[in-house]
Design a protein around this ligand. Structure first.
Ligand SMILES: [Zn+2]
Length: 284
């Protein structure tokens, strides 16, 4: 990594394009080179992405609806460089596989942020699915009596095992310590309620890992996203939940699930993945 910048996203189609242009100008400025010398651009963005045409739709948080945004085309027109656009979780999955040197195995990246979703890198290639929804396991309902999800279903995995779900179950008064961090600290300190909440979250995340392995039989499930900043304690809790769930099942035990969970580690894997995908697309 030669340069990095963190910029607040402006919403709406024009806002997203302007933010991306500002990011490129900032990066080029830090390196003391013109934007045109950057070579290629890769963008990781939340929402439904058609990477072939670089079009973004249904990015609710960015206020881009079904009218869509031709992000690759518009950004290319502004910066004069080839642009590749990818869903942010997919970009992070590819970035994690790249950073961990695991492009030769099958890997799932489980993003536990405000929401919950997975990206699949199988044999070094992103698997997006027929309609770019492969890995959207956050919307697999797991509790018929659970809360209504933003997607309209009830009791989705995302409503019980995401950063937002943790913040609801373990509210924190200040923004200084994220809810997940506060929950794990309290549980480690012996708070009985925190232990119950932590173990329930870990159980649901373990269910997500099991779902990924039983569907695609990936070698490894890498935990990433804001909640994964908890680090080793999160990884240990999920591995322990998998071990507990395997106690009554020789079938599950034979899959060695606790050993197949890892952390993406520090660093902006989504940005690295997007940059790598941009580079690969431009040089193919
Ligand atoms: Zn849902």
């Amino acid at each position: 990594m030669l340069s990095r910048a963190r910029i607040a996203t402006r919403t709406g189609a024009d806002g997203v394009v302007e933010t991306a242009v500002l990011a490129l100008e900032t990066l080029a400025g830090q390196l003391g080179v013109p934007v045109t010398s950057l070579g290629s651009v890769g963008v990781g963005v939340p929402g439904l992405v058609d990477p072939e045409h670089g079009v973004l739709v249904h990015a609710v948080n960015l206020q881009v609806g079904e009218e869509g945004l031709a992000l690759a085309e518009r950004l290319q027109a502004r910066c004069g460089l080839p642009v590749r656009v990818e869903n942010d979780v997919n970009a992070a999955a590819f970035g994690a596989a790249t950073c961990l040197g695991l492009l030769d195995v099958d890997l799932a990246y489980l993003s536990v942020g405000t929401g919950l979703a997975a990206g699949l890198v199988l044999g070094g290639r992103l698997r997006r699915g027929a309609r770019a929804t492969a890995g959207e396991i956050g919307h697999v309902p797991v509790d018929p009596a659970g809360p209504v999800c933003a997607c309209g279903q009830r009791g989705c995995l995302e409503t019980v095992a995401s950063g937002a779900a943790i913040a609801t179950a373990w509210p924190v008064e200040s923004d200084a310590v994220p809810a997940a961090e506060a929950l794990f600290r309290a549980a480690d300190a012996g708070d009985a309620t925190a232990v119950v909440v932590r173990d329930r979250v870990a159980d649901h995340l373990a269910a997500a890992v099991r779902l990924l392995v039983l569907t695609v039989d990936v070698d490894l499930v890498v935990l990433g996203g804001g909640v994964a900043e908890v680090g080793e304690p999160l990884c240990r809790a999920v591995a322990a939940a998998l071990a507990r769930q395997g106690e009554g099942s020789p079938f599950l035990r034979a899959l060695d699930l606790p050993d197949r969970v890892a952390l993406a580690g520090p660093g902006p894997v989504a940005a690295v993945g997007a940059a790598a995908l941009g580079y690969l697309a431009a040089s193919s």
